[in-house]
Design a protein around this ligand. Structure first.
Ligand code: GLU
Length: 425
């Protein structure tokens, strides 16, 4: 009990740090763009935050009550959009920060959305399929008044997948009494999902890695890459980079990491990973996640959780290019240290925007009832990501600022402008 309390306060402290740094960068970005203080006052928090309690009948017959959240940051540009994570460390503050990030992502890749985010405090690794279905459906019942295809559109995030999206879509369609695929994205293809959605985040990261490498005159073919995290983003990314001829020298999961300077056998690892991305339990010669981050490579991709590169280890990062595939892996102090050391840091709100971009394509296809091929999706995704990368890179060069601040400036602009036109500020 005492230990639980301590763990909860550490989680809350971490979430407060994340929210605090996000707000600081949003504030600086708005100041640089010349917006008055009240714009920051509006954008520093989600406009709406719903907390729900979800009773679920567990397999042993008992009823467990789960806590969940849904945040809608700002809907001036359009409906809010963002994933739902199932994780024991979810907190209201974290969901709030993640919703702000979604607004920034939508602004960066120029989607007609604001940011939203959801989360449920649970550990899906310890739940059965049936219990997960109960929880997914219960969450939708609890938030059904709050969300909808023209209001707020959920999607997958940490530890949620297309099966969970399918249950959620089915539950919403039952409540709404008609088939409503545009309520949620990241669905299986047969239920109106889009080609390329599952691998979209990783594809987007691969595209920005290629662009970043060009700026540093580095060939991706033959480059040494470390990918921290072997979940949806990390596993697809390792495969894409491996197939492009990069040498993936390190990968990790929540329990440890593997490193081989000759390059790892990615196809074998993908074949053996479980659905949560666990793989290192099959090996004896593992290192820690922290050791992995500091190991020799050209490109480092944190694709796991928040707060991985901090002021403690930023001095020891060997990579020349750091691309944030996870949300919030680098702290503010670490961003400064890496920038001072001349590293090229591609921020999360840009690097991980491929997921929501293809979610947008999925929603458009659902709305029009006409579906695109994988090639069409791929082409559109490339176009969006390359344009976003170069706009942000150029802004960072001309204004002599790091890419994170440049990305935030691009990300908040449309939202601030839309809020002004609506007469909110
Ligand atoms: N959860 C993903 C993200 O953080 C995707 C959101 C979406 O597809 O709406 O960007």
């Amino acid at each position: 009990m005492v230990a639980d309390k301590a763990a909860d306060s550490t989680k809350e402290e971490e979430a407060m740090n994340i929210l605090g740094s996000t707000r600081t960068v949003v504030k600086t970005a708005l100041e640089r763009l010349g917006y008055p203080e009240e714009v920051y006052e509006l954008l520093k928090d989600s406009m709406r935050m719903l907390k729900v309690r979800i009773p679920v009948r567990m397999d042993d017959g008992s009823v467990k009550i789960f806590t969940g959240y849904r945040a809608q940051h700002n809907d001036a540009v359009g409906p809010t959009k963002g994933g739902v994570r199932f994780h024991p460390d979810v907190t209201e503050t974290e969901v709030n920060a993640l919703a702000i990030w979604m607004s920034l992502k939508a602004g960066i890749v120029d989607l007609p959305y604001g940011g939203g985010k959801g989360g449920i405090i649970c550990d899906p690794r310890e739940m059965s399929f049936r219990e997960l279905e109960g929880l997914s459906r219960g969450y939708v019942r609890a938030i059904s008044q709050f969300v909808g295809p023209t209001k707020d559109i959920p999607a997958p995030d940490v530890f949620t997948n297309s099966q969970i999206m399918a249950w959620m879509m089915d539950e919403y369609s039952r409540i709404d009494e008609f088939n409503n695929p545009g309520f949620i994205t990241g669905k299986p293809i047969v239920l109106g999902g889009s080609h390329g959605r599952e691998s979209a985040t990783a594809k987007g990261v691969t595209i920005v890695i290629n662009e970043a490498a060009k700026k540093r005159n580095l060939e991706v073919k033959g480059a040494k890459v470390i990918v921290q995290g072997f979940g949806n983003a990390g596993s697809f990314l390792s495969k894409f980079l491996h197939d492009a001829g990069a040498k993936v020298v390190g990968i990790s999961d929540a329990y440890g990491a593997l490193y081989d300077s000759e390059g790892l056998d990615i196809d074998y690892l993908l074949d053996r990973r479980d659905s949560f991305g666990t793989i290192t339990n099959l090996f004896d010669n593992t290192i820690t996640n922290q050791e992995l981050l500091e190991s020799d490579c050209d490109i480092l991709v944190p694709a796991a959780v928040e707060n991985q590169i901090t002021k403690e280890n930023a001095h020891k990062i060997q990579a020349d290019i750091v691309v944030e595939a996870a949300n919030g892996p680098t702290t503010m102090e670490a961003t400064e240290i890496l920038t001072e050391r001349g590293k090229l840091l591609v921020p999360d709100v840009l690097a991980s925007a491929g997921g929501v971009t293809v979610s947008y394509f999925e929603w458009v296809q659902n709305n029009q009832g006409y579906y695109w091929t994988e090639e069409e999706i791929d082409e559109k995704l490339h176009e969006n990501m390359i344009k976003a990368f170069n706009t942000i890179y150029d802004t960072s060069q001309t204004r002599q600022i790091d890419m994170r601040l440049a990305a935030y400036m691009i990300g908040v602009r449309k939202m601030a402008e839309a809020s002004r036109f609506r007469g909110w500020i």
